[in-house]
Design a protein. Structure first.
Length: 333
């Protein structure tokens, strides 16, 4: 997701206009920003942000303003403040600093399945075009981004789209704060090449692999569970009911992690004897108490090995690693 916008003062009347580059490292084409502001003043009032001239002027400014992320903090843990601020700089095409430019920072505050909800903070650049964002302590575990763009003059949808299409992003990572013995039920369904659910002894290799990865991530309360039919239907209501029935009043378990791992294509063997396995996986997580779905995502892996069995096993292990990475940035108290 990318966004951007800029705010500029024109003569005695403050007019906010936004601009930015879609890539921090790439140069932008456009006019000198001072000349652009002067042209905007001559063409008429910029307060009517829905007018064609205002949008046209705004688009021109977007071509000239460049926001660069100079530094960003290392990851933290949910509830613990970042150790350093985010630091950005705004310049024009020629590299000259843009002082007193109002910048919006958007940062994640909650998660809804596959997407995040964002809050905003307003910044202003100093004489060197630099601004810092001291982010609040995260209220969630997340592997997301902070977005920086010049402040929009209004909430006009066209202007917002212009800005967001050029947003500059910086990493926002806050790990899970779960205690090491927090109860997590893990039910991952594996499928055969023919599309049928894998049943029988050793029928849940992906669940076992994910549980092992969670243990290695110090989430020792993870435990395998078999909710295959509800997971196959991708029905979180049924999955929660299965979990409540199995737990029978046990409140030590807080989450259910569920998913499906299927063959994306038939296993192939090349002329050199190597087998290729392609898997698709989807992962979900829900809060047992509330039933809220905390995470939904999809992953894919491709593995090539000399042994067919090794290729299958390695692909399942790689999928489990990807699943685990998502979970340690999604589950939290």
């Amino acid at each position: 997701m990318k966004k951007v916008l800029a705010i500029i003062s024109i003569l005695a009347t403050f007019v906010f206009i936004s601009c930015e580059s879609t890539k921090q490292e790439s140069d932008l084409d456009g006019q000198d920003s001072t000349a652009t502001y002067e042209n905007a003043d001559k063409k008429g009032s910029s307060s009517g942000t829905s007018s064609y001239s205002s949008k046209s002027q705004y688009k021109k400014l977007l071509q000239d303003v460049k926001i660069t992320v100079l530094s960003f903090p290392k990851e933290t843990v949910k509830g613990k403040a970042f150790s350093t601020p985010y630091k950005i700089q705004a310049t024009n095409e020629q590299g000259a600093a843009l002082p007193s430019l109002k910048i919006t920072a958007e940062y994640p505050v909650s998660r809804n399945g596959e997407s995040f909800n964002y809050a905003k903070a307003e910044l202003e650049t100093d004489q060197n075009g630099i601004a810092e964002f001291n982010a609040p302590a995260p209220d969630l575990a997340a592997n997301a981004n902070v977005l920086f763009y010049p402040q929009t003059p209004s909430s006009d949808p066209d202007l917002v789209r212009m800005a967001t299409s050029a947003a500059v992003e910086a990493q926002w990572k806050s790990r899970s704060n779960l205690g090491s013995h927090t109860g997590i039920l893990v039910s991952i369904v594996d499928y055969r090449q023919n599309g049928n659910i894998n049943v029988g002894n050793g029928a849940q290799p992906s669940a076992q692999a994910l549980t092992s990865n969670l243990w290695r991530s110090k989430l020792m309360g993870a435990q395998n569970a078999d909710f295959r039919h509800s997971v196959d239907a991708d029905d979180p209501v049924r999955i929660r009911q299965d979990a409540l029935k199995q737990l029978n009043g046990n409140t030590l378990f807080k989450f259910v992690v569920y998913g499906r791992v299927k063959y994306a294509s038939p296993i192939t063997q090349d002329a050199d004897g190597y087998f290729t396995v392609n898997l698709n996986g989807d992962l979900g997580a829900l809060n047992i108490s509330s039933g809220d779905v905390l995470l939904k995502c999809a992953k894919s892996v491709s593995v090539k090995e000399k042994s067919e069995w090794k290729a299958i096993s390695t692909a399942q292990q790689e999928m489990a690693k990807l699943f685990c990475e998502e979970l340690i940035y999604a589950l939290y108290n």
